[in-house]
Design a protein around this ligand. Structure first.
Ligand SMILES: Cc1cc2nc3c(=O)[nH]c(=O)nc-3n(C[C@H](O)[C@H](O)[C@H](O)COP(=O)(O)O)c2cc1C
Length: 215
């Protein structure tokens, strides 16, 4: 089997990124781009991001998760701490997260260190989830091998019965990670492959160094 994709080619012409137009703090530029993507309406889930971690087997692995909050401190997502990614991150906190917003011809790549958020923050977010999502988090021992689909569905039915009149509490193995950035790179597609790339690197004194990279 083979398919040649050499003729897939597109010129990026929507926007540009210049040193003159950006803030000293990359979180502010992140926010600006995020709002612009949201307002464009051209991306179904603008908060979908790829998280890459290094596993115990030495391989990087990437998967999509949903960004649930960002602040000057970092980027928060929720997951199962005992999943493949959870174990990987708890053993090696260095991760990379990235966003690709094709309609805006933009990519953001963030390197940082991930850590568990405070339990009360995870409790608060868990509480805000719909009941089905709460039970789903309890039913699924994320990333473990299971015999078949029916196994999951019958476990969910059992749980639904046992929680009929009970409050569903957050299981201790489920919660948030915050990724505290050390480097954030903004990529804006430009014509003739001369894309704009601006990288912010965190300095020891918590200042951000701003550099332009060759495309
Ligand atoms: C659009 C989308 C959103 C997702 N959001 C999450 C999420 O917020 N948290 C999560 O744990 N998994 C999420 N997943 C599932 C993950 O991609 C992945 O399958 C799961 O976390 C297990 O990954 P792991 O085995 O590498 O730990 C999402 C998948 C997609 C496609």
């Amino acid at each position: 089997m083979q398919k040649d994709l050499g003729s897939y080619r597109r010129s990026y012409e929507k926007s540009e990124l210049s040193e003159a137009s950006i803030s000293d703090n990359p979180l502010e530029l992140f926010q600006k781009w995020f709002y612009e993507v949201e307002a464009s309406g051209g991306v179904d889930e603008p908060n979908a991001m790829t998280v890459s971690s290094i596993g115990a087997d030495g391989y990087p692995k990437s998967r999509v998760v949903l960004l649930k909050k960002f602040t000057y401190e970092g980027f928060i997502f929720y997951t199962n701490y005992e999943s493949e990614k959870g174990k990987a991150i708890l053993a090696n906190s260095k991760v990379c997260i990235s966003f690709f917003w094709p309609n805006m011809e933009r990519q953001i790549i963030i390197k940082g260190n991930a850590e568990k958020i405070a339990e009360n923050l995870s409790d608060g977010y868990f509480e805000s989830r719909p009941e089905g999502s709460k039970l789903g988090a309890i039913v699924s021992r994320q990333s473990e091998v299971i015999p078949n689909r029916e196994y999951l569905e019958s476990k969910l039915k059992e749980l639904e019965k046992s929680y009929l009149d009970k409050e569903i509490e957050r299981p201790s193995y489920w919660g948030g990670f915050i990724v505290k950035p050390v480097s954030i790179e903004f990529w804006q597609g430009r014509p003739n492959r001369l894309h704009d790339r601006i990288r912010y690197s965190l300095q020891a004194d918590y200042d951000w160094k701003i550099e332009r990279l060759a495309p």
